[in-house]
Design a protein around this ligand. Structure first.
Ligand SMILES: [Zn+2]
Length: 110
């Protein structure tokens, strides 16, 4: 829920900055390794945006693939969970370097 409140704050700041009356769409980028449950976030966002400038805005979610650097072979490899071993050499402890966060990518304002 804290995440949804954070999104609401960013979206409303964007609307104020452009003197927008109504937010029609929000694009979120969510990393595969960000530990964000998309369905739960959508549900919380519906509640968080209710009654604000972004009520009823279309929500678009883009997933960013996870990637990490392997401590064994040094390769940059795809990573679907933080606990996955390296797909090349099977070493554990791959350090996540991409797809670890969530951000508001775009806000469409009318
Ligand atoms: Zn490796």
């Amino acid at each position: 829920m804290a995440l949804a409140e954070e999104v609401r704050r960013i979206v409303e700041d964007a609307a104020h900055a452009q003197s927008g009356e109504k937010v029609t769409g929000v694009v979120l980028e969510i990393g595969e390794l960000a530990s964000v449950e998309v369905e739960a976030l959508s549900f919380c966002l519906d509640l968080a945006l209710h009654g604000g400038v972004a009520e009823g805005a279309a929500l678009e979610i883009e997933t960013v693939p996870g990637e990490g650097i392997c401590p064994g072979c040094g390769a940059r490899v795809p990573l679907h969970t933080r606990l996955d071993p390296c797909v090349r050499c099977a070493s554990y402890g791959v350090r996540p370097v991409a797809g670890t966060s969530m951000r508001v990518k775009a806000v469409e304002i009318a």
